[in-house]
Ligand binder design. Structure first.
Ligand code: ACO
Length: 428
């Protein structure tokens, strides 16, 4: 195997080094391309661009492989908790019992938000999108938190990571309580991360919500499955903002905004809306699929397709199994699940989807789990954000402890060539 690639341009030959990753994935290193040749590369949507070297998550989209720090997602999903997995992503190794206890203690210690922050929630109009509140409140929380200085110091960083993870969960639950006009619930230090979140979401002043272990386990797994996904849109955003040395809160708040879009984290909402519309309208599923294929008004089969997975999304497989188990144990029959299964069957046997290698992604069944738990649709993407947070933190830290430069892509300019200013009275 050659360790350089040859570029021939304008009668000259250039040798470009090949960079090889742990799993033998290869990249052409073009660091000196512009200086040597005057050329840049153009890659719409960055589909072929490696933006960094990263040691956090490995994906093989052709073989449906996802590993956090080397551990297969299938193994972590059944053996680890979300908090343990968060530690793994952020610090690179599974925690020892005492490291995990310390991390949990810090999560409990920092679960309250500053009392003054409660007033900020009042500034949002009713029905504000929870993702807008979440992003704004994460930035606001950054104003109440100590300035964080040492990304390369594990002990200090453990506290910063725990502060952010714990507060984001409290903010998320508070934003929901605010949106339904109900009092916010203070966290309960006796409950672990996910159970505590459910308590803050659903307890009432005189009726404590006692989290069902089955529900806690299903939600914890869902968060774990969302915890990282290498250079996706929101994580790349966090990395890019962090590359300017913006603080952790500001960088994560930007990540929340990127996640909001329906082509990214917002897809879990779009899936439920699509299924509900289909159920209510009674439209034949085959007719709907025909509309998708014709791209009538840009309609897509939401929850299908992925930039990287071209075989199957391993998270979707686990989520579907988890969804079946949860609904059975809670004795829930959700007509949207039946519809989703039938729609999936039709799509997976249709040439349009086969040829384009479109399979259910993580968002296809996750909404059905959240509905069963009682989480309202407008909170789905917020749940995704809580899950993705450890990944964002890990990537932000990786950027800050590396000697990377500020992210600054180039472009090919296609606007007007140079022209002279035309005075107002002479413009037609
Ligand atoms: N329904 C119908 N057709 C689709 C779909 C879909 N869900 N996804 C892709 N296609 C088609 C495209 O129209 C395109 O067809 P063409 O080659 O004939 O033009 C082809 O498949 C390739 O699709 P692209 O849009 O180029 O794929 P890209 O990698 O840019 O987009 C994305 C990936 C955004 C996930 C896309 O598949 C999509 O929009 N899916 C629906 C939204 C969704 O579920 N998003 C969640 C993604 S997972 C996550 O963010 C957690």
């Amino acid at each position: 195997m050659s360790n350089t690639a040859t570029l021939v341009y304008d009668g000259k030959q250039y040798e470009l080094p090949i960079v090889v990753g742990t799993e033998h994935e290869k990249a052409i290193d073009i660091t000196s391309l512009r200086a040597d040749t005057g050329l840049i590369t153009l890659d719409s949507g960055y589909a072929n661009t490696g933006a960094c070297r990263s040691a956090i998550t490995y994906i093989d989209g052709e073989r449906g492989i996802l590993r956090y720090r080397g551990y297969p997602i299938e193994e972590l999903a059944v053996k680890a908790t979300f908090v343990e997995t968060s530690y793994l992503l952020i610090f690179g190794e599974l925690p020892t019992a005492s490291q995990l206890a310390d991390f949990r203690a810090l999560l409990a210690e920092h679960e309250l938000i500053h009392e003054d922050m409660r007033h900020h929630f009042d500034g949002f109009p009713p029905n504000s999108p929870p993702m807008a509140i979440l992003s704004a409140m994460i930035n606001a929380a950054g104003c109440f938190e100590p300035v964080f200085m040492a990304p390369d110091d594990d002990e200090h960083f453990m506290e910063s990571a725990a502060r952010l993870m714990s507060k984001v969960r409290t903010i998320a639950a508070a934003s929901y309580r605010k949106s339904i006009g109900k009092p916010m619930n203070y966290p309960r230090p006796d409950l672990r991360y996910t159970a505590n979140f459910l308590h803050m979401m659903f307890s009432r002043p005189h009726r404590l919500y006692e989290p069902d272990p089955v529900v806690v386990e299903a939600l914890d797994r869902l968060l774990l499955l969302h915890a990282d996904h290498e250079q996706n849109c929101s994580t790349s955003t966090v990395r890019m903002v962090g590359s300017s040395h913006a603080n952790l809160y500001a960088s994560v708040a930007a990540g929340v905004c990127a996640l909001w879009g329906p082509l990214h984290g917002g897809a879990n909402v779009a899936v439920i809306e699509m299924l509900t519309k289909l159920l209510e309208s009674g439209e034949k599923l085959e007719t709907f699929i025909e509309r998708v294929k014709r791209r009538d008004a840009g309609v897509r089969l939401m929850g299908f397709g992925h930039r990287v997975y071209k075989n199957f999304d391993p998270r979707a497989k686990i989520i579907k199994a988890s969804c079946d188990a949860l609904l059975e144990r809670l004795g829930i029959h959700d007509p949207l699940l039946d519809l989703a299964v039938r729609l999936e069957e039709i799509a997976l046997s249709d040439d349009y989807f086969i040829e384009r290698k479109l399979y259910p992604n993580v968002d296809y069944y996750s909404g059905i789990i959240m509905r069963a738990i009682g989480i309202p649709t407008n909170m789905f993407t917020v749940m995704f954000a809580i899950g993705r947070l450890p990944g964002w933190i890990a990537h932000w830290r990786e950027v800050r402890i590396s000697d990377s430069r500020i992210d600054r892509p180039r472009q090919i300019y296609v606007g007007p060539a140079e022209r002279s200013y035309v005075p107002l009275e002479e413009r037609g």
